[in-house]
Write a protein that binds this ligand. Structure first.
Ligand code: FES
Length: 557
């Protein structure tokens, strides 16, 4: 057995020799950011070891750390097995950083017709609370004006909670946080893998419910609303997130024929769910479209009323999953592609989530000097998704990256000298320096290429299925908290979207939340969506025989 001591938590655990630092940390209750759940892929679980501890570990697999980090004593927690007693210094994780999460979305005007209603009965001096026509509870006195509901947007990376006054139809407070599941498994597939194990499933469910409860407390306190006055929670999120929140194993989403266990469009008891609101309160799961087109999209369609459009309009929610829908000629089509976590800053050498010190904007000035904007206006420590898009777009348009995604030679006479100087060899490979301490590697560019290629391929297949040309699209609506921070020119310059639609792009923010509010405030909108999902034509990219060919074409810049 060996003993591992964790700092700054000051906790020790004794484990069998050969246990990884990550596994030991989980046993000790110490959280180490591990977005790929220990698959030695993301490179984000770096921890620091004191010099004498470095001899007491064995590394497995191909590690992802730079030479500089290795020399400074960093190792990947999921790849380092302890063969003696060691002391591990765990750096601050992203959940402790202040994150930049977009909580607003295009709001939608709906008639005030909530599922939860209250009727005061003066003869008994009680207020009866109804869910539809079913009595849920009785409250003493006249509380008919105090009626509240909550929308939770369970994103793969972030959670956004909104407290809504059902009597007035307005949001009274909102709060957001990192989805705690993302510390263990960054994307949907790694969460499905983690949930295969009973403990993994329990951890994923319990952690997200605990964080939702914490956020509900936060918004209630902020608005001065008692939790016992909240009778309904609408959960918006992709299909996998809804399964995990409901405590239902999402295993079926990971294997053919990719059938969700939950179809949603239903109510559950909040207490059974573990969500702490009024006794008798309900949780509503909006209808989903398929295993990979979830309630975040049905809420999004409701928010932008895509089905009411007479023109051809494309709706794209850019995130870890690229989910999208298209209306054309009175029909609705939907699909999703696995963009991967690159846009969240994962698998990128200096990638980070949208927290303080992240480069969020980047461009070249006329003389080739770099103009950099960081979140919090502090020194740059990494690059978040929107910054990454800007950087790659700037490098493409200034000829630093060729169509095939490769860095050109710094000797290329077409490069501005000030730009060429930033392209330098490091460990035998070219990297592009954004600052002295933050750079982009060829591998990073490849990750962006794969992510944008996946989304673009989804767009191309939707257009093809509907028989519409990109140039005929009246509008392209970009949703999602990540999408909100992007610029139209970056999206078309890197080819994530076809260049023909450059002038028609609109950013609509977090529609998973604003559409969830529509469900909360108007019960008819739920019925409408339950019917609509049966009519949406799902394009399964896995079944498209030439997907690989189109995807490869979409990789080029
Ligand atoms: S590399 Fe260790 S958790 Fe991803």
């Amino acid at each position: 057995m060996v003993t591992i001591h964790f700092l700054p938590a000051n906790r020790s655990v004794t484990v069998p020799r050969g246990t990884t630092i990550l596994a030991a940390a989980r046993l000790a209750g110490v959280t180490i950011d591990s977005p790929c759940n220990g698959a030695v892929v993301c490179g984000k679980c770096a921890v620091h070891l004191a010099q004498d501890s470095l001899h007491r570990i064995e590394q497995k697999g191909e590690h992802q750390l730079s030479k500089r980090q290795q020399l400074a004593g960093f190792v990947l927690a999921c790849a380092a097995e302890a063969i003696g007693d060691i002391v591990v210094d765990v750096p601050e994780g992203p959940s402790e950083l202040k994150l930049n999460i977009t909580s607003h979305g295009e709001s939608v005007a709906v008639a005030l017709l909530p599922h939860i209603t209250k009727v005061y009965q003066p003869e008994r001096d009680v207020t009866t609370v109804y869910g539809g026509s079913t009595p849920l509870a009785e409250e003493e006195g006249d509380s008919s004006e105090e009626s509240f509901g909550v929308v939770v947007d369970i994103g793969t990376t972030t959670l956004v909670v909104s407290l809504v006054d059902l009597a007035l139809g307005v949001e009274v407070a909102s709060a957001s946080a990192l989805n705690p599941q993302s510390r263990h498994a960054q994307d949907v597939l790694s969460r499905i893998r983690m949930a295969a194990d009973e403990h993994g499933m329990a951890e994923l469910h319990d952690s997200v419910i605990a964080e939702i409860n914490r956020l509900i407390s936060e918004v209630s306190n902020e608005a001065g609303v008692r939790r016992e006055r909240i009778y309904e929670v609408v959960l918006s999120g992709n299909t996998c997130m809804l399964h995990l929140a409901a405590g239902v194993n999402p295993a079926s989403l990971g294997k053919y024929p990719y059938t969700p266990t939950l179809r949603c469009g239903s109510f559950l008891d909040a207490a059974q769910f573990g969500i702490a609101i009024a006794w008798g309160g309900l949780v509503y799961l909006p209808p989903i479209i398929s295993a990979y087109v979830g309630a975040d999209i049905t809420a999004g369609l409701q928010a932008v009323r895509l089905h009411d459009e007479r023109d051809s309009v494309l709706f794209v929610d850019i995130g870890t999953n690229g989910e999208m829908a298209l209306c054309h000629g009175g029909r609705l089509f939907a699909t999703s592609t696995a963009a991967g976590p690159a846009f969240e800053g994962m698998n990128i050498s200096f990638g980070m989530r949208a927290g303080e010190g992240a480069i969020e904007r980047f461009s070249f000035l006329r003389d080739g000097a770099a103009k950099i904007q960081t979140i919090g206006k502090t020194e740059a420590v990494g690059i978040c998704g929107s910054g990454l898009m800007d950087v790659v777009a700037a490098l493409v348009s200034h000829g630093v990256i060729g169509k095939n995604g490769k860095f050109v030679s710094p000797e290329n006479p077409e490069l501005e000298p000030a730009i060429a100087r930033r392209l330098v060899p490091q460990d035998g490979k070219l990297v592009f320096h954004l600052t002295d301490t933050v750079w982009l590697t060829q591998k990073d560019v490849r990750q962006v290429q794969l992510a944008k290629g996946a989304i673009r391929a989804g767009v191309e297949f939707l257009l093809r299925e509907a028989g519409v040309e990109a140039a005929s699209l009246a509008k392209v609506l970009i949703a999602g908290s990540f999408g909100f921070h992007l610029t139209a020119s970056s999206l078309t310059t890197i080819g994530l979207l076809p260049p023909e639609i450059a002038g028609n792009i609109e950013f609509v923010g977090n529609t998973a939340k604003s559409g969830g509010e529509a469900f909360l405030l108007n019960r008819d909108s739920r019925r409408e969506m339950a019917h609509l999902v049966t009519e949406i034509e799902v394009v399964e990219l896995a079944n498209c025989p030439d997907f690989d060919k189109v995807f490869v074409k979409c990789l080029s810049f």
